[in-house]
Design a protein around this ligand. Structure first.
Ligand code: KG4
Ligand code: ZN
Length: 337
């Protein structure tokens, strides 16, 4: 069984082929970061136009790398949401059209379910059930994962996501979009506690998050200080420490509340070294287990979409020809297997 995965929810055009027996056969990613960096963030119209140009060549490349012909593919999984409507439409249209013409099933996949399952692509993968912290450019969520498709949302950001806060603060520090990883690089040279940022919403029982105030705090610190290289690094360090501490406190609280021993961190920000390191120490102290994937599977990719497609494929081929996207598709709306 081989599934071709398509991911176009935001600013990465990604195609992968996952084989049930042999794992990942190809994993192609084209990032539009350079295109959007001039504007300091994703421009939706440019994103969808660029997906249109890149998607077909990437599918051909993916088949070539995997040494496969289309008749050796058994299903097409595509991200149907959440994400930018125009970007999603490109992947959904191409995915459903190819599936129809190749006479194989088309499988709509929820992008966040893809992130949750991304550690399953690694040899050391978690068993169900577990607690998941999803930290991406669009979402910050704490979720109980009972099984594939069985999710309970414990908390989420009431304003900016963690990734957004990283990117906006990075921009204030003069870094290119997407600035999360660049800010983290800068923070490595920063002195600890040179600046102290707040740990928002950690004094209450709620498992919700709020990150927009941190960005405003950063803006004020940046405005009130002379920004030499060391000061920029110190601010980046203070910001990163505050974000990581906040996520740590919330996860600790959620683990206490639920009694789970296994924690998965997933989504683009889970590539952050400091977050992985401090979470690992915390989990070790609790005698639990932590799971995260290699950095290229933390950020947007089609391997996780193809993998979920393999879990969700049904043998019957839908004759349904409609093209449907779900820009705000919640995990809690998904059906279990
Ligand atoms: O999951 P993702 O690739 O896209 C969405 O689904 O939104 O996440 C992208 C986010 C961006 O905000 C990016 O700056 C952030 O993940 N990110 C990082 C790091 N790598 C990516 N943030 C902090 N540290 C990193 N190393
Ligand atoms: Zn994502």
């Amino acid at each position: 069984m081989r599934i071709l995965g398509i991911e176009t929810s935001c600013d990465e055009t990604a195609i992968a082929i996952y084989d049930k027996q042999n794992g990942l056969l190809s994993n192609e990613i084209y990032s539009q970061a350079k295109l959007h960096s001039y504007y300091g963030g994703v421009v939706p119209e440019l994103a969808s136009r660029d997906h249109t140009c890149k998607i077909a060549p990437l599918i051909l490349l993916s088949l070539k790398r995997a040494n496969l012909y289309p008749n050796q593919i058994n299903g097409i999984a595509y991200t149907a949401g959440p994400g930018l409507v125009g970007s999603l439409l490109v992947g959904v249209t191409v995915g459903r059209t190819l599936a129809f013409s190749w006479n194989i099933p088309a499988i709509p996949v929820n992008h966040m379910e893809g992130h949750i399952m991304s550690p399953m692509l690694e040899s050391n993968s978690p068993k169900f059930p577990f607690l998941a912290l999803l930290v991406s450019g669009g979402h910050t969520q704490l979720v109980i994962v009972n099984d594939v498709g069985s999710y309970k949302l414990l908390g989420e950001s009431i304003d900016d996501s963690v990734g957004e806060a990283f990117d906006k603060t990075a921009r204030l520090l003069g870094l290119n979009y997407p600035g999360g990883a660049l800010l983290s690089q800068l923070a490595k040279k920063g002195k600890q506690k040179k600046f102290i940022f707040p740990r928002p919403m950690t004094g209450c029982d709620s498992l919700n998050f709020s990150f927009s105030g941190l960005k405003t705090f950063a803006a004020n610190v940046i405005r009130n200080n002379y920004l030499d290289d060391q000061t920029r690094s110190d601010i980046a360090r203070a910001f990163e420490d505050a974000v990581v501490d906040t996520l740590l406190i919330k996860c600790n609280h959620a683990l206490d509340k639920t009694g789970f021993k296994r924690l998965v961190i997933a989504g683009g920000v889970s590539a952050n070294y400091s977050l992985r390191n401090k979470m690992s120490i915390m989990i070790k102290k609790r005698k639990g287990e932590i799971f995260y994937s290699r950095p290229e599977f933390c950020t947007d990719n089609a391997a996780m979409i193809a993998y979920v497609g393999m879990l969700r494929i049904k043998s019957d081929i839908s004759k349904e020809l409609s093209i449907e996207v779900h820009p705000r598709w919640s995990l809690t709306e998904l059906s279990s297997l």
